[in-house]
Ligand binder design. Structure first.
Ligand code: ADP
Length: 152
C-alpha cells in the first residue's frame, strides 16, 4: 500500500460521499419561539445552532453567539421572539442532499459558520420556499475522517 495509493483511496472515498450520506437531524423552531425557549432547546438538544421556520419554510438561523449578544443587553428573554435576532434568508448559506460533502466543507469554511441547513425546494399553499430536511455541521465532517481512518 503506497502513500499515493492510500491518498487516492481517501480522496475517492470522500469525493463520492453526498450530503445525504452524512447529514444529521436538524433542530428547528418557529420564528415566534421566545429567546428563552430557544436557549432551553439549544441546551436540551445539545446543539450550537437552531434553524428557524415560518409556516414550514426556512427563514433563518440562530446560533450561540446570537443568543449571547442579545442576552447581555438586558432584554426580557421571554418577550423577544427568535425571528427578531436570527440571521435571515436570503443570507443563509444552505446545501442540498445531492451536493458532495466537499462542497459542504468549502461553504462552512468560506462563510465561517458551524453548520449548514440541508434544504429541499417545496410548495406549501401555492407558496414556493425551502424546507429543512437536515443539518451538516463541522462535527459531521470530522466524523467522516475518523470513520475512514478507523475502518481502513
Ligand atoms: P457561533 O455563534 O457558535 O459562533 P456560527 O459560527 O455558526 O456559531 O454563527 C456565527 C454567525 O453566523 C451567527 O450570527 C449565525 O446566526 C450565523 N450563521 C450560522 N450558520 C449560518 C448559515 N448556515 N448561513 C448564514 N449564517 C449563519
Amino acid at each position: 500500500y503506497s502513500g499515493r495509493e492510500a491518498m487516492s483511496f481517501f480522496t475517492n472515498q470522500i469525493n463520492s460521499m453526498k450530503v445525504s450520506d452524512i447529514k444529521s437531524l436538524p433542530i428547528v423552531v418557529d420564528e415566534q419561539t421566545t429567546l428563552y425557549d430557544a436557549i432551553v432547546t439549544l441546551f436540551l438538544e445539545d446543539v450550537g445552532s437552531i434553524y428557524v421556520t415560518s409556516e414550514g419554510f426556512l427563514t433563518g438561523v440562530v446560533s450561540r453567539k446570537d443568543f449571547l449578544k442579545n442576552s447581555i443587553g438586558g432584554v426580557d428573554l421571554n418577550k423577544i421572539p427568535v425571528g427578531v435576532i436570527m440571521t435571515r434568508m436570503p443570507n443563509i448559506v444552505t446545501i442540498t442532499p445531492e451536493d458532495s460533502i466537499i462542497d459542504a466543507a468549502v461553504k462552512i469554511m468560506e462563510h465561517q459558520v458551524d453548520s449548514l441547513p440541508v434544504i429541499e425546494e417545496t410548495v406549501i399553499n401555492n407558496k414556493h420556499g425551502y424546507k429543512v430536511i437536515g443539518k451538516i455541521s463541522k462535527t459531521n465532517i470530522v466524523r467522516v475522517f475518523v470513520d475512514l481512518c478507523k475502518n481502513n
